[in-house]
Design a protein around this ligand. Structure first.
Ligand code: ARG
Length: 282
């Protein structure tokens, strides 16, 4: 794993996927009048620790590639806009930061349209639905029969830095020691190894990793009403881009393509967790 990590580091700090020829424009505006941070490109921030949304899939040759239905959706949108796709992998709190500073055009990263984020980004329409879960190690399944059981000062409970799961942890397990980690893959690893007693994770993600790691147990559903579903974060004030993205989302759904992207991502998300990809920035 370590050797692979080193290879991955050199390979994957910035992954560029070309979706199509890309219509070149001048001064950051493409033929359709859409402004992007780099002319002719759609620059997308994502946190690939989140199967089946975005993750690294390793092919037969051991080559890691960005995969997931968010990545497929990013490609579809770039194509729709006639722009070249540039996906920039980073930790999830980085995705929020890059959107806030308008260093990227969009963030596709299993983002919940949390009203608290509305001051730093615009949200597209919802492109996918999913719920929230509390996970633990299978051996500890008996300890967590209800959410009240998680609210114990003896427990260390994980949540990804910057995510709505931190709020869920603070709401449901205020007496526990809440440990924030930058990568969901590390959270999963620490739950399995017993370093964390449990964690709050998106249900589709928890189920995906539980399939590959039977020691991970999806123990409890967690209520969350604030921002159901997943949306694309769009650089604030770029209304033309936002409108076009909403058109593309309506199209990808009506064509049944989104369902295809999800099915493919679920098939691909059967491999080992690749962790430590961004270890150099820790
Ligand atoms: N849906 C949650 C949020 O918006 C978590 C998203 C984490 N995404 C990721 N790629 N790790 O806060």
């Amino acid at each position: 794993m370590k050797k692979l990590t080193a290879v991955l580091l050199t390979l994957c700090m910035t992954a560029t996927l070309t979706a199509c020829g890309g219509a070149k424009g001048s001064s950051g505006a493409d033929a359709g009048g859409i402004k992007t941070v780099t002319s002719g490109k759609l620059t997308v921030a994502t946190s690939p620790d989140f199967a089946p949304y975005e993750f690294y899939a390793v092919d037969e040759n051991g080559t890691p590639e960005l995969a997931g239905f968010d990545i497929a959706l990013a490609g579809y949108i770039a194509d729709y806009l006639g722009l070249e796709l540039e996906v920039v992998p980073m930790d999830f709190d980085g995705v929020l930061m890059e959107l806030q500073t308008k260093s990227v055009d969009i963030g596709i990263s299993g983002l919940s349209p949390d009203p608290k984020r509305e001051s730093i980004m615009d949200f597209s329409d919802i492109y996918y639905e999913g719920g929230q879960s509390f996970v633990c190690k299978k051996d500890n399944a008996d300890k967590f029969k209800s959410l009240e059981d998680t609210n114990n000062p003896d427990y260390e409970i994980g949540a990804q830095t910057g995510s709505i799961q931190v709020d869920l942890a603070e709401t449901n397990s205020p007496n526990a020691d809440i440990i924030q980690l930058t990568k969901v893959t590390d959270i999963v690893g620490e739950v399995i190894s017993g370093k964390l007693d449990g964690a709050y994770i998106e249900t589709p993600v928890a189920e995906s990793y539980a399939k590959n790691y039977p020691d991970l147990y999806v123990a409890l559903p967690v209520p969350y009403d604030a921002a159901e579903g997943y949306a694309i974060g769009v650089s604030k004030g770029n209304t033309e881009l936002l409108n076009k993205i909403n058109e593309a989302i309506a199209k990808v759904k009506s064509e049944g393509k989104m369902d295809e992207f999800v099915a493919t991502a679920n098939e691909q998300a059967t491999g080992e967790i690749i962790e430590g990809l961004l270890d150099s920035d820790k």
